[in-house]
Design a protein around this ligand. Structure first.
Ligand code: AGP
Length: 612
């Protein structure tokens, strides 16, 4: 979490840093700050709240500088406040630093520094690391670079830091371990950021800094070193991303834009991979490792949040189509519980950002134990993509809204193709069913378009139920994880308590919640569980619950029993979640905006959770 931006070069730094922070606000928005160096003066401006609030307070100030760093924060150590906002100044006032991550052993370091007479203005671990660096520099009478290297070898935790020094008008020191850092290479200038979005409008040439590397960045020079002080060759990558993809394009919110992009993003994900005429599925990451997948004794899926829900759907698909046992693990549990990993197990990591700390560490652990890692990732070049042995990108494009939408359907598209490929190779489904699923999958983008053609009914339903205190989301089979995802979406962007449950399981407890005030969303499309879910709807009706159904076009039974209905086109149940999830995304969106919530940046959340 937290977004960081830096600039060194001939242009004015402040506008570049500020614009970059706005693009990175999805990573955190508790407080904002910038440090600008001009004529030997290190000026730090910071404030609780979003970037626009800081911008407002700085109107009219002289912000001239050719070197600057900025930060948008998601609080870990210390409440969101002006004083805990980054950048921080060292005790001497000569150094300014910002940080994305957590320093785990900051307490003993802070105690030592307190004994030496250092004082602290904030509650952050960052200020401790900064003064630790300053103390090492002073005691060893060494360069800032050397002090930084020594300090980084002694700390435990995750970090991406940017550091500037009062008497050095050109250099930004940067380092990373566990939190992302990209450096854009311009002509006589360099840009630093947590992801490429602040950089894209200036240059397409970037270097992804690796863990345990320090970057010494000047307008004309980029030096990369490891913590052993050995120079590393920067590997320059060309960005495959357009500026338009990170702008709202006429929509009120990124979330709405991203929901409406899904016909295209799913199409992009399938394009060139799924060939409906021949039935071929071409995915090099899977093709090259098909043997490992076909012979897998077990597939373990590791993910968090929405990506975990995609994993649950994949479990249903892979077990049904490929007859391979699948376990779906919360990365945060998997990493700590000493899991058993056997030879022949395949670990599938699912992540939009490719930077989720829990998922990343879980994979590192599994890799150490010899597991084969397959990444299903959206952000190209991200840490999870790089740590995986092989993988398949979801090609959903830049997802900025904190609530994941198009990345989720991209994950489902990739996982469906993967399951079909393995099933075909293992001959665990008939040729006929395989071809039918290929055709059905190919038809999905058009069907999503159909759902999105007119969303006024969903908007009206949202309006009707927006004041509910709780929601229940129920589904069976492939639609059970969709119910979980619907509940998560609603919680995230409307702050309404919502629970997702397997529809049949509600009798074992949650049914006690049902009364005339409780909206119950049934994901009840026509599938092999249909008759069963009809009975579950009856059970809720009998207790006067308000039934909102996601139903298949043409169905008359479920709509006849429901207070409100959102229709989706018919498709095979294996890939039905690609459709049934869309009305739930819209329902949450419209409830969120009708309550006046900033749906792109809901409270307490961040897009990319890079702390554990
Ligand atoms: C989704 O709406 C959430 N904001 C969140 O649950 C997210 O899916 C989770 O943090 C995992 O992120 P990742 O896919 O980037 O790893």
């Amino acid at each position: 979490m937290c977004g960081i931006v830096g600039y060194t070069g001939p242009r004015e730094a402040y506008p570049i840093v500020l614009k970059g922070l706005k693009r990175l606000e999805y990573r955190g928005y508790d407080s904002t700050g910038v440090a600008l160096l001009d004529n030997g003066h290190l000026n730090v401006y910071k404030k609780k709240g979003k970037v626009a609030e800081l911008e407002e307070t700085l109107i009219g100030k002289d912000l001239h500088s050719h070197i600057g760093i900025g930060h948008t924060r998601w609080a870990t150590h210390g409440e969101p406040s002006d004083r805990n906002a980054h950048p921080h100044l060292s005790n001497s006032g000569e150094l300014a630093m910002l940080h994305n991550g957590i320093i785990e052993n900051y307490v003993p370091i802070k105690n030592d520094l307190l004994k030496k007479g250092y004082t602290f203005k904030s509650d952050t671990d960052t200020e401790v690391l900064l003064n630790f660096i300053e103390d090492i520099k002073k005691n060893n009478n060494c360069s800032l670079e050397e002090a930084l290297r020594i300090a980084l070898k002694r700390i435990v935790g995750a970090y991406c830091i940017l550091l500037v020094e009062q008497n050095d008008p050109e250099t930004i020191y940067a380092a990373r371990k566990g939190s992302p850092l990209v450096i854009g290479i311009g002509k006589g200038e360099h840009f630093l950021a947590s992801d490429a979005s602040p950089i894209i409008e200036y240059t397409k040439e970037v270097v992804y800094v690796n863990d345990y590397e320090i970057a010494i960045v000047r307008p004309d020079e980029l030096i990369l070193k490891n913590l052993g002080n050995e120079k590393q060759t920067p590997f320059i990558t060309k960005l495959d991303m357009e500026l338009a993809s990170i702008e709202k394009g006429g929509y009120d919110h990124f979330m709405l834009k991203e929901i409406h992009e899904q016909p295209d993003t799913i199409h992009d994900c399938l394009r060139g991979r799924l060939l409906p005429e021949t039935g071929q599925i071409i995915m090099s990451g899977i093709d090259d490792n098909l043997e490992a997948l076909v012979n897998a004794q077990r597939i373990v899926i590791v993910a968090c949040g929405t990506s975990w829900h995609a994993g649950l759907i994949a479990e249903y698909m892979i077990e049904e189509l490929c007859r391979i046992p699948v376990e779906v693990e919360y990365a945060s549990e998997f990493r700590y519980r000493n899991p058993i990993i056997n030879r022949g197990d395949v670990i599938v990591a699912i992540s939009q950002s490719g930077e989720t700390a829990d998922t990343l560490v879980a994979l590192e652990k599994a890799k150490e134990q010899g597991a084969f890692i397959l990444g299903v990732v959206n952000v190209v070049g991200s840490s999870i993509a790089r740590i995986s042995h092989a993988g398949a990108y979801t090609h959903a494009g830049h997802e900025i809204g904190v609530a994941s939408t198009k990345a989720f359907t991209g994950q489902l598209a990739v996982l469906s193709m993967m399951a079909l490929k393995i099933a075909y190779a293992k001959a665990t489904i008939t040729e006929e069913r395989y071809m039918q699923l290929v055709r059905d999958l190919h038809a999905i983008p058009e069907k999503v378009k159909e759902i999105l053609k007119d969303t006024s009914n969903i908007k009206a339903i949202a309006e009707k139920y927006k004041d509910a205190k709780d929601f229940l989301f129920l589904g069976r089979g492939y639609n059970f994880p969709v119910a979980l995802e619907g509940a998560l979406k609603l919680k995230e962007i409307s702050y309404i308590h919502a629970e997702g449950y397997p529809a049949a399981e509600m009798k074992h407890g949650p049914i006690a919640l049902v009364d005339e005030n409780l909206p119950v969303v049934f994901v009840a499309t026509k599938d092999s569980y249909y008759e069963k879910i009809v009975s579950n709807v009856q059970e809720i009706k009998a207790r006067k619950g308000k039934v909102i159904a996601v139903a298949t076009e043409g169905d008359e039974v479920i709509p006849g029993m429901s207070n409100d209905v959102m229709f989706v086109p018919d498709t095979d149940e294996v890939i039905a979640p690609l459709l049934s999830t869309i009305p739930l995304q819209l329902l949450s969106y419209y409830v969120g905006i009708s309550k006046g919530i900033d749906v792109d940046k809901p409270r307490n959340l961040a897009k990319s959770v890079t702390v554990e």
